[in-house]
Write a protein that binds this ligand. Structure first.
Ligand SMILES: Nc1ncnc2c1ncn2[C@@H]1O[C@H](COP(=O)(O)OP(=O)(O)OP(=O)(O)O)[C@@H](O)[C@H]1O
Ligand SMILES: [Mg+2]
Length: 195
């Protein structure tokens, strides 16, 4: 049985969206994965300019659920259970969504694979990558610019730690290297989503 506060929190997050993309009969769900600073959020924003998607950015949701996030394991576990509940509710209504989160471990990704299968939603996987030297530059710039609009607090130390936990995606997926022009991959994902 799901804890009642989890349902309440998922509903509270759902109520915070002021505009939603139009419902579809078989909605697409896009799962983004990649280490901090690789350019996931940037990619999602560019993609959502091309096709109407609701972006669920894990760090933004975390800050709505927890006013002073600790990034502790139990906090992340609760965040993801709530996020998956929210995705399920949105897909049931036909709303196309993008999950913008690191999604580094297969056992975490599998939860979304299962939801998509059960709800007959179309799942598209995108792995976002960037050369380590570029990520280091981006994350050091982020740390120097504390007043930015960035929802993520991940820094270079977090990147180095998370790098050890990243697992290869076993399913068919798109890969984008954000040190290069991302438009060709955006085009491919758009084409796949429109099929
Ligand atoms: N394709 C790109 N071209 C130019 N700059 C980019 C590109 N992708 C990302 N950046 C820049 O790199 C920085 C990190 O990108 P972004 O915030 O999208 O990473 P992220 O993967 O979402 O990180 P996190 O996991 O910490 O949320 C940002 O300043 C962003 O503007
Ligand atoms: Mg991000």
């Amino acid at each position: 049985m799901k804890a009642p506060y989890l349902i309440t929190d998922a509903n509270r997050l759902a109520d915070s969206f002021t505009t939603l993309p139009e419902a579809e009969s078989q909605p697409v769900v896009i799962m983004i994965s990649g280490l901090p600073g690789t350019g996931k959020s940037y990619f999602c924003r560019r993609l959502a300019e091309r096709l109407p998607f609701l972006i669920l950015e894990s760090d933004a949701l975390r800050k709505q659920l927890f006013t002073s996030p600790t990034y502790a394991a139990d906090e992340s576990a609760y965040l993801f259970r709530t996020t998956y509940q929210l995705i399920e509710d949105l897909l049931k209504k036909g709303i196309p969504v993008i999950l913008d989160a690191t999604n580094l471990e297969e056992r975490h990704r599998e939860r979304l694979y299962n939801i998509a299968e059960r709800l007959k939603a179309r799942l598209i996987l995108v792995n976002v990558q960037a050369p380590i030297e570029l990520v280091e530059k981006r994350l050091k710039k982020r740390a120097d610019n504390k007043n930015n609009q960035d929802n993520s607090d991940a820094d270079w130390a977090v990147y180095q730690k998370m790098r050890m936990t990243a697992e290869k995606i076993k399913r068919r997926h798109f890969t984008v290297d954000t040190s290069r022009d991302i438009t060709p991959v955006i085009d491919k994902v758009v084409r796949e989503a429109k099929r």
